[in-house]
Design a protein around this ligand. Structure first.
Ligand code: M6R
Length: 568
């Protein structure tokens, strides 16, 4: 259980908890904080248990809000991922029926509703009747003091069943049990499984029994180890020469075919969140510049609001490292409702997004453990750049340019490591850091700001260079650091922006192919035809890392975040 929960911490690490049966009672151990701090508190052995590691949605990070949650009579324990949208209504109903609540979570209505439904039903039927009443997204597992079964079910939240000769596992993702078995059954929406010494899968909405054969999961996506590195993030940053090359090691005909679809679609949307969104934005500049193709780039959580434009001739390219980001999955579902075609660019094999897509380009970046996307970003940029070149019949040229960019990775890291550490030392106590760029430098500025803020907790803001004078310049005063990401073609204009900042006392850090008098600090980025985004983000990733280390922040697990954001 400990190993399984550790492996699921990328879903959230605010609190953890387990429930198991002992002496005909349900026992719960749960704590706020990360599970490693409490290893000794876990029971040595139990063959019947459920466990959870939480990313808080409803209710703060406290022991009461940690899962599992117990029913009032303490007979039923439930763990839950997702959001129960009608929990307030259900809670009111239960309160009217005499139930009391001790947490602020939406989840606590579930064990209590099961208890309520057990008045006239056995455990399995009570769970089924409860599930029918839930609105929203959920993957739940429940145990009862009075039953030898574990009941688990899902809707719009991932859940897989592991089948080994020693028993069954149910989890929101396969890494939790991969050390025990690679035989899995994926549950689909509205499916429930009853587990004892065998399994029974039913659709809980219409009671249909469902037969599913186990599939063998690909073990190539191996668990990554830190090795000689102190943190995963710096290991993953250092791996980028190889991961970029792997990203473009694709079947040329397949890439050309996808590029052709992008070229000929009537409306193309690139859809993603966070770092993956920045990769899409960067690619849209490239498609505009070299393929003269307009791409609509939309943040996934906003995509539903564009559904009015979607038709069966629309092409949606969904980009996601995890393939489990709820906002991305929701965007894709919205597009599918309009019969649009879905292509995805994904790193995690077998993830939910791969199953919703017509075609999938695998990023092949290998497991990314740090919550910060680093190598997956450059892999996404590499694939999207290749698609842009392939769409104008220049696949080979694209390959050549991207390989050249990859070949600079090690050099840029080794030449600048000390300079970046010194820079971090100088900036570590700053309140704000601004990053500006134009054209292909703009998404790099956005991505750089995201890296810095999420890991060092320093406020960082990325802007298009031209936007500064429309408001943010008001925040620049003596000593405020501004990182200027320059590309060759935007050099003149961005240097003018740098001068405007300098005139207000700003401290200018130039990321450019050549030094300039306006820069107070300079990091050299090689000149690369259209491929600067792939390479210029790397020193900013390293700067963010050093800022985190020097400020005593955890560079792999920033506070409040999760690697895979499975709620909307
Ligand atoms: O798995 P995804 O690429 O869909 O994740 C999207 C974002 O959650 C992710 O990029 C996030 O912004 C990272 N923490 C950035 O480092």
């Amino acid at each position: 259980m400990f190993n399984g929960l550790k492996k699921l911490e990328y879903r959230g690490y605010d609190s953890w908890g387990i429930a198991f049966k002992e002496d005909s009672e349900i026992k719960i151990i749960k704590k706020a904080g990360r599970i490693e701090d409490f290893r000794e508190k876990l029971p040595a052995k139990s063959h019947f248990a459920i466990g959870h590691t939480r990313w808080a949605t409803h209710g703060s990070v406290t022991e009461e809000n940690a899962h599992p949650h117990l029913s009032n009579n303490k007979n039923i324990a439930v763990i839950h991922n997702g959001i129960i949208e009608n929990y307030a209504e259900l809670k009111e109903f239960l309160i009217k029926n005499g139930y009391k609540f001790i947490s602020q979570t939406d989840t606590e209505v579930i064990p209590n509703l099961i208890q309520y439904n057990m008045k006239n039903n056995n455990f399995e039927d009570a769970v089924k009747n409860t599930l029918k009443k839930l609105e929203g997204s959920f993957a739940i597992a429940a145990i009862s003091r009075d039953s030898e079964n574990i009941a688990a079910a899902r809707r719009m939240s991932p859940m897989v069943l592991g089948i080994s000769k020693d028993g069954f596992f149910i989890s929101s993702d396969v890494p939790a049990f991969l050390e025990h078995t690679n035989q899995i059954i994926s549950l689909d929406d509205n499916e429930m499984v009853i587990i004892n010494d065998k399994i029974k899968i039913i659709n809980f909405m219409d009671n249909r029994e469902i037969k599913k054969e186990p599939e063998t999961i690909n073990l190539d996506f191996k668990e990554s180890k830190k090795g000689k590195f102190q943190h995963y993030i710096i290991k993953e940053i250092s791996e980028q020469e190889e991961s970029i090359k792997r990203a473009i090691d694709q079947d040329p005909d397949f890439i050309k075919e996808i590029a052709n679809q992008i070229e000929n679609a009537f409306g193309v949307f690139f859809v993603a969140c966070g770092t993956s969104y920045h990769a899409c934005l960067s690619a849209s500049y490239l498609f505009s510049k070299i393929a003269k193709k307009h791409i609509n780039v939309v943040i996934a959580s906003e995509f539903r609001n564009y559904r009015h434009f979607l038709t069966e001739n629309t092409l949606v390219v969904a980009v996601s490292q995890s393939g489990e980001t709820a906002d991305v999955l929701d965007a894709v579902r919205a597009a599918k409702e309009k019969h649009s075609r879905i292509i995805s660019i994904v790193n995690v094999p077998g993830s939910s997004l791969t199953k919703l897509s017509n075609e999938v380009i695998m990023m092949n970046a290998g497991q990314e453990v740090s919550v910060l996307s680093t190598k997956s970003y450059t892999s996404q940029l590499a694939i999207l750049s290749l698609l842009a070149y392939a769409s104008i019949g220049e696949f080979e040229k694209g390959i050549g340019l991207i390989k050249k960019a990859a070949s600079y990775v090690d050099e840029i890291i080794s030449k600048n490591l000390n300079k970046l550490e010194n820079l971090a030392e100088m900036l570590k106590n700053k309140k704000d850091i601004f990053l500006i760029g134009r054209s292909l430098g703009f998404p790099t500025a956005l991505e750089g700001a995201l890296k810095i803020k999420e890991v060092s907790y320093i406020h960082a803001e990325g802007l298009a260079g031209g936007e500064l004078k429309h408001g943010t310049l008001a925040l620049v005063e003596k000593g405020v650091p501004v990182i200027v990401v320059s590309t060759d073609e935007t050099k003149k204009d961005i240097l003018n922006n740098a001068l405007e900042i300098k005139a207000r006392g700003g401290y200018i850090i130039g990321f450019n192919s050549e030094n300039n008098d306006v820069y107070d600090y300079f990091i050299k980025i090689p000149l690369l035809e259209n491929m600067e985004p792939i390479i210029s983000i790397i020193p900013i990733q390293i700067l963010a890392y050093y800022l985190a280390v020097k400020r005593g922040c955890d560079p792999d697990k920033p506070r409040n975040l999760a690697k895979s954001v499975t709620v909307k």
